[in-house]
Design a protein around this ligand. Sequence first.
Ligand SMILES: Nc1ncnc2c1ncn2[C@@H]1O[C@H](COP(=O)(O)OP(=O)(O)OP(=O)(O)O)[C@@H](O)[C@H]1O
Ligand SMILES: [Mg+2]
Length: 419
Amino acid sequence: MSNDDILVGLDIGTSKICAVIAEIPETGGIDILGVGVAPSNGLRKGVVINIEATLRSVSAAIERAENMAGREVSHVITGISGAHIEGLNSRGVVAVTSKDREIGMIDVERVMDAAKAVVLPMDRELIHVIPQEFIVDDQRGVKDPIDMIGVRLEAEAHLITGSVTAAQNLLKCVNRAGFKVDEIALDVLVASQAVLSRDEMELGTMLIDIGGGTTDVILYKNGAPLYTNVVPVGGAEVTSDLSIMLQTPMDTMEEIKLTSGCCYAPMLEGDDSEIIIPGVGGRPPIAADRLTLCEYIQPRMTEIFSMVRDKVEHEAHFTRWQNLGGGIVLTGGGALLQGAAELAGDIFSVPVRIGLPHGIGGLTPEFQRPDLASAVGLILHRAKKMISEGVDESRGFETSRKKGTRFESLKKWFKNFIE
Ligand SMILES: Nc1ncnc2c1ncn2[C@@H]1O[C@H](COP(=O)(O)OP(=O)(O)OP(=O)(O)O)[C@@H](O)[C@H]1O
Ligand SMILES: [Mg+2]
């Protein structure tokens, strides 16, 4: 069957690889057809370190999604993360060229080119260029300068760069698994498109995606990203701490963390439920209570949130947390740890909520999970890009646009839902 009407998000995470197949029906919107998840073994802190192991997990995840969707996948949109990711803010300035001084698309393209003309080391590449605001003759805060009259056009943009080799290794895994990559996009950027509302982005919100190997951060202000960072610590450190402190293998401790873990001691007042931790090497099992586990989990989670806070304060010079009108949103698998929102609330002193992916049809409750935010976000990101660029240059969607209906209905749907 043709692949023209489907989009496939492939989130290659440190803990799990997740493929989501979505359809763009002619009636409008985006519908999830299939989700496939496979354990991930070939990554360390968000970066591929074993091609063979990663490509096996990629194949397994896509095959599961294909079986559920009843469709075959040939192209995917892949997410990227890792401590090599860096966000920076940049500015470009151009003179408006037309005789009547009316700003056209060409001026916007030129000013964005100027904003992204930063000198990058040979081993880094630009992954995203996101306009924050335009300035027309000193008039700040312009979101869309097209058709405005002006002499001088400035653009402020958020640039996201990453390691060339990390992206190449990611590409290699997916290609060797037999799939073509339409685009590589930053995990936390696309996750923000799946879990944050427009209002939250406008008011100012920080999204923290707590994964297995990394904690990814994106801070929005006035509708655009202001700061992006990837901290190389995640839920796996929590499990590792438990495993060391209780001298129990990681797998066993991971299970116990998922069912009984909590990172906020005040929530456990009066909870005297007992956890049996199996003995290793002939040792008898030991009984522990949830508060004991919490005493090991809470310091690590506190450290993760504090690292995020320190980085944002030092690198983005952002200290007025009370100005974050939309507060903090937690997503990724680590957001499922009991007490995560409460602990973050104490550390940042702002309201915190858990962000689940939304905005797509067919996301049944079993798939409305924070650890699927990036995979779903990849689909939303690509669909949005196809609309803003008018066409998918690389393949089938052009055919759809020529047909008209599917493209137009998707455009209308995005206007209602996302904008
Ligand atoms: N119910 C739960 N309670 C506590 N922790 C959980 C729960 N479910 C998942 N996690 C933790 O979330 C982490 C995995 O999250 P996620 O699937 O978002 O990571 P990933 O995308 O594979 O990794 P990364 O983004 O770091 O590359 C693991 O550390 C896991 O222990
Ligand atoms: Mg992830």
